[in-house]
Design a protein around this ligand. Sequence first.
Ligand code: ADP
Length: 528
Amino acid sequence: MLGAMQHWELRVSGLIDHGAREHPTREIVTRMADGSTERTNWSGVRRDALKMAQALSRFGLKAQDRVATLAMNHNRHLVTWYGATGAGGVIHTINPRLFDEQLDYIVNHAEDRILIYDAVFRPIVERMKPRWKSVEQYICFDDGEFDAWIGAHDGDGEWVTGSERDPCMLCYTSGTTGNPKGVLYEHRSNILHTLYSIQPSAMSSDNRSVIMPVVPMFHANNWGFPWAAPAVGAKLVYCQTNDPVWLCELMREEGVNVVGGVPTVWFAIFQHLDASGQELPPIHTAMSGGSALPRSVIARLMAAGVRVGHAWGMTETSPVATMTYETPDWDEKSFDEKVAYKALQGRAGYGSQVRAVSLDDPTVELPRDGKTAGALQVRGHWTIQRYFKAEEDAAGPEGWFDTGDVALIHPDGSVQLTDRTKDVIKSGGEWISSVDLENAAVAHPDVAEAAAIGVPHPRWDERPILVVVRKQGCSVSGEDLSIFLADKVAKWWLPDAVEFVDEIPHTASGKISKKDLRDQFSGYILPA
Ligand code: ADP
């Protein structure tokens, strides 16, 4: 016997239908790169997406064909998310900061048929065109080209229907090792991620929310904001460039109360506020993920009365898997206790599970004792099973996916990331956390950026060295840093050498590239 309730396939078109029906006039505002402001609303986005679906059908798009975008955050990009998926296609958001080789690989691997781009990325398009064999049509979002393309249709159509398990979106990880890998989201996984993310304890969005996603739309499903906003009738505020002056201006002018950005966005915003002597605009929630949010930033946000939503996840988890949601005894906690809790990576919400297994023997699950670090694994309704076109599953038979992160889990379930599996330093049979070393080093007022890597050692297997970029005009020495670190990390963790450089290499998503750094320091001879 089956249950006797209605069954509707969970498809993302249902989100925009709801937004247009219940919240038709709720706005989507974009500050374009040229400084002009454009306004539409959920009813307008749906109408334009339907026009785009008609244009795609005219083009000959078939179910599951890929429609690529090379674009920053704006209203037309949002229309494209719903137009491509509503036409039965798969939207493939490309990170324009990738290197040519990666751009070549992913467009050919995805077999994108149409590519829609921002005018600022025209040089990339012109350069890559001869190598992008599958692309049959290029459309520019600007100069009226996109508007004319969809404007040839009346929007009087319907969404393509199908199974909730159909793919709807493709995002490639930046591939710090080997080729980028495609994560193929389904309609269903995106809807379930949406229902999770809109909870007050998660991204706190509701009908009163005015959300500014500073995280780019090409990154990790844009943290699910484009799907979540019409589900609750939130207003969206986009800025095509990530200029902190504009971001703060927009926050004030448009009444933004929820902001989603990676830590570097928060650094840039505070730098701007300090330089201009301004206060933080009156937001109520600051979402952050992608890399660890330092305690100093959390404390500053919280002191301004802002709820901090520090989350952990990855492209492979749609992306939000854990969140620092408030505990039952939240109101009794001291300020410092709250900051310490928010500095961890959070606890699993319903829909995702996490565990840590031994780095030496992955069949051994580690206790949640807040002490034993291991390989972090995740599974759930919006976790990857298999990379696009891969022959083998990425997750095990019980769904556990190896995240590549090293973490310990506290008794309350809070995950604390200590490293990436490839980056931990093994010295004398014990593990040293490169992240802890780096966090301790960047707390020094003269240090702009620091990265710890292991270099081969005849006796200890590996020993850590610290690579440091000094702040401009500062002259901190290696010895000063060693003294500074002495009471912050275990003695045997202290780096054997400190090397000063002008720049540390970064990946396309702005994270430190340990792989490139290790290459740079291959053959490094430790001081005797
Ligand atoms: P990419 O691999 O392209 O940089 P992802 O966004 O998928 O893109 O990266 C996911 C990784 O980012 C995680 O595996 C983890 O190492 C790191 N990460 C994400 N959120 C946090 C966080 N809150 N604190 C520390 N690291 C994080």
